[in-house]
Design a protein around this ligand. Structure first.
Ligand code: GDP
Ligand code: MG
Length: 207
């Protein structure tokens, strides 16, 4: 008998439960989606690029801390969707089965902020229902170095509008994948939010 396997399945009180989540990383090209994923996953992640489909795909098991449940092992399946317009025909199918998303814009390129609304619409339409989402303004290390960056207040304001529209709390994070600012926090928040969202749905289904 393989005892370690039994322990991993959560039969031992000392081991953390394990869940598998597919999420999508969305936003315009060059905003830093791939850099964010790589920074979070660090060493040991598996990457596959499905060239014909314009999508990068990463897999990794990491431990997160849930405020009530304690440690949870997350098996991440991160779909890094090609932001370029020429993938827009095939992109919708990548959302199937996604439990959540990270919507990224580049604070140094206001047009990527303006395009958030299109990504939001695509996310809601193709996931098929409201699902946990995090809004990220990336490249904050460029503030003060390039002119006309999108101010933090704008990101917070937009996250509030999105939250009202979706009926769930969508937070805004300022990040720098380059300097490693807020990257772990984004994924931790999303993992906790997805767990709570799924637990709530399950409870409602029982009623
Ligand atoms: P993607 O197209 O959204 O996947 O964007 P990439 O992750 O490929 O990043 C696009 C470019 O932005 C690359 O040259 C990155 O090195 C750079 N980049 C990514 N994140 C940051 C960041 O936080 N700050 C700065 N200054 N550059 C970044
Ligand atoms: Mg990329």
């Amino acid at each position: 008998m393989n005892l370690s396997r039994i322990t991993l399945r959560g039969l031992s009180l000392s081991s953390a439960p394990k869940v598998r989540f597919k999420i999508v990383l969305i936003g315009d090209g060059m905003v830093g989606k791939t850099t964010i994923a790589k920074r979070y996953l660090g060493k040991g992640f598996e990457q596959e690029y499905i060239r014909t489909l314009g999508v990068d795909f990463y897999k990794k098991i990491t431990k997160i801390r849930h405020p009530r449940l304690g440690d949870v092992m997350i098996e991440w399946y991160i779909w890094d969707l090609g932001g370029q317009y020429y993938w827009s025909d095939v992109r919708p199918m990548y959302y199937t089965g996604a439990k959540g998303g990270i919507l990224v814009y580049d604070v140094a390129r206001p047009e990527t902020f303006a395009n958030v609304k299109y990504w939001l619409a695509e996310f809601i339409k193709n996931v098929g229902h409201v699902a946990p989402l995090v809004l990220v303004g990336n490249k904050i290390d460029l503030r003060g170095k390039v002119p006309n960056t999108v101010p933090k207040e704008k990101g917070e304001e937009l996250a509030k509008i999105i939250s009202e529209k979706m009926g769930i709390e969508v937070p805004y994070f300022e990040a720098s994948a380059k300097e490693g600012i807020n990257i772990n926090e984004i994924f931790n928040y999303l993992a906790v939010n997805i767990i709570d969202f799924l637990l709530k749905k399950r409870l409602q289904a029982r009623k």
